[in-house]
Design a protein around this ligand. Structure first.
Ligand SMILES: [Zn+2]
Length: 151
């Protein structure tokens, strides 16, 4: 079974949903239960699901904004193209301390490094598809206070 990434517009978490769930159109966020939407692009086999969810959780702890997500996805794209993963992984581990054990576990294994970066890229891209209403406060992007300013 394959899984596709979904983005929750309430809590901004990226989770994987099965293709069957996606086709049925019933995707609820696993974190908050709100409606999540499918992020088109790629899919992952069941074997990678757990690692994906873990990395997505680490990204969530870092409160990455849509703008930051987009630029990080571009950086990863570049690194994946160049075949040099290690320095970017080290940089990301500074921004997202939860990544450090994964970076250490991957060690010098380029394949393992690549798998981590490929999943992170999907998560960052998913976050990047969120509306760019506010780059500073992703969770409050649709806050009514923005509109309540001057009347
Ligand atoms: Zn949610």
């Amino acid at each position: 079974m394959s899984f596709v990434p979904t983005l929750c517009l309430e809590c901004w978490r990226v989770h994987l949903a099965s293709i069957a769930q996606a086709q049925a159109g019933e995707i609820a966020c696993k974190s908050c239960g709100a409606e999540a939407r499918i992020v088109p692009g790629c899919s992952f086999p069941e074997a990678e699901k757990e690692a994906f969810e873990e990395l997505s959780g680490i990204v969530a702890e870092g409160s990455i904004t849509p703008t930051e997500g987009r630029s990080l996805a571009v950086e990863i794209e570049r690194a994946l193209g160049s075949g040099s993963y290690r320095s970017l992984l080290a940089t990301l581990s500074v921004r997202l301390p939860g990544l450090l054990p994964h970076e250490v576990a991957a060690g010098k294994n380029a394949g393992a490094q690549r798998r981590i970066l490929a999943k992170l890229k999907t998560v960052f891209e998913a976050l990047g598809t969120a509306r760019r209403v506010s780059a500073e406060y992703p969770i409050l992007a649709d806050s009514p206070s923005r509109r309540a300013g001057r009347s």
